[in-house]
Ligand binder design. Structure first.
Ligand SMILES: C[S@@+](CC[C@H](N)C(=O)[O-])C[C@H]1O[C@@H](n2cnc3c(N)ncnc32)[C@H](O)[C@@H]1O
Length: 339
């Protein structure tokens, strides 16, 4: 069967990603290894692949050799593309944004935690967003790239308020589908790309500003990624990057300083001129508030069948409490101003 006539399900894509990853690491792709590696890689977002084995094998797209599976040569490049396009959090965020779209409890949660509902999933409360907009002072028609834009509500808020043209990118296809549908009447100012920001080739000298809110944690090689972002800025362009740091037990507190976080070090390494605005005190208060509000809204989440969202928000807040209790967390807005 030609790849053009096969429409791949998410389960098939996941299976191809796992087999391709095992192959690239020189590991055997027998079924127990695929299952174990895949469950570990995708966690609870691993789909049920029982039909995917059969459908891909029947279509000649997955080849069985002895106990092992391998990708058919005609879709090797496609499988590698799926690996690049689908970072492992994608399937979590697909479910997150799909549920968030119609969840009144989650909208209330965001209003109470962040000060407005922009379907936030980071730590950006509205006063921080206001300060970002003050610092960037965007003008109508400015070209802005937002990394990890989720379902695009933040990009839309920024564009509506400034008339800047915002291009948002996110690896969650569900988030981007919502963003694209919701903003169809604003296409001259808002564009959205479903893709992996670490793999997409950004055009050079195109943007007046790059914004990343709680998204740079996903870049394994921050200097390399920042270098690419710097190249996409016009002369005099800016970056507004929100970034929090958490210390493991025993690590020295000085690693919480703006110039010592992974982002601060990467900016210094690249000699990118920046100023950091300290939101560490906000961060401590934020996690307390998040836990409290999530617990207060538990019944509302449950009533609408969204304990998934409650669990995600409450468990994440619980996880952060020890860091907060020991002051082992810091947060900054790094404002990069290019020459
Ligand atoms: C912690 S959330 C922050 C979302 C939003 N910026 C906010 O502050 O509410 C991280 C976002 O980054 C996206 N993301 C993670 N890895 C990505 C990648 N490699 N490429 C594009 N988006 C990615 C996720 O889908 C998610 O929407």
């Amino acid at each position: 069967m030609s790849t053009q006539t096969h429409s791949f399900t998410d389960a098939e894509k996941q299976l191809l990603i796992v087999v391709a990853t095992l192959q690239s690491r020189g590991r055997p792709a027998d079924r127990p290894t695929i299952e174990a590696f895949g469950r570990d890689y995708f966690g609870m977002y691993a789909g049920d692949w029982s039909n995917a084995y059969t459908s891909l094998v029947n279509a000649g797209l997955l080849i069985v050799a002895g106990d092992c599976y391998r990708i058919a040569p005609q879709i090797q490049a496609l499988a590698e593309q799926y690996c690049r396009d689908n970072p492992k959090h994608r399937f979590f965020y697909d479910e997150f944004f799909t549920r968030v779209e119609h969840s009144k409890a989650h909208a209330t949660f965001c209003e109470r935690v962040y000060g407005a509902n922009l379907a936030q999933h980071g730590m950006l409360e509205m006063p921080q967003l206001d300060e970002l907009l003050d610092v960037l002072a965007l003008k109508p028609g400015d070209e802005v790239l937002e990394l990890g834009c989720g379902n695009g509500m933040l990009a839309e808020y920024i564009s509506d308020g400034t008339q800047a043209c915002v291009t948002g990118i996110d690896s969650s296809a569900a988030g981007i589908a919502q963003a694209t549908a919701r903003t169809s009447g604003k296409r001259s100012r808002l564009k959205f790309i479903a893709g992996n920001m670490l793999e997409v080739a950004f055009p050079s000298t195109t943007f007046d500003a790059v914004i990343a809110v709680d998204t740079l944690y996903y870049a394994a090689d921050l200097p390399q990624f920042l270098n690419r972002l710097a190249a996409t800025l016009k002369p005099g362009g800016q970056m507004g990057l929100f970034y929090s740091a958490w210390l493991a037990e025993g690590e020295p507190k000085e690693l919480l300083r703006a110039d010592q976080t992974a982002l601060g070090k990467a900016l210094r390494q690249l000699e990118l001129p920046y100023k950091a605005i300290d939101y560490s005190a906000h961060e401590l208060a934020h996690w307390h508030k998040k836990l409290q509000v999530a617990r207060e809204l538990r019944a509302d989440f449950e009533a609408e069948g969204n304990l998934f969202l409650y669990n995600k928000r409450a468990i994440e807040a619980e996880y952060h409490q020890p860091y907060v209790a020991t002051g082992n967390v810091s947060r900054y807005l790094y404002h990069v101003q290019m020459e």
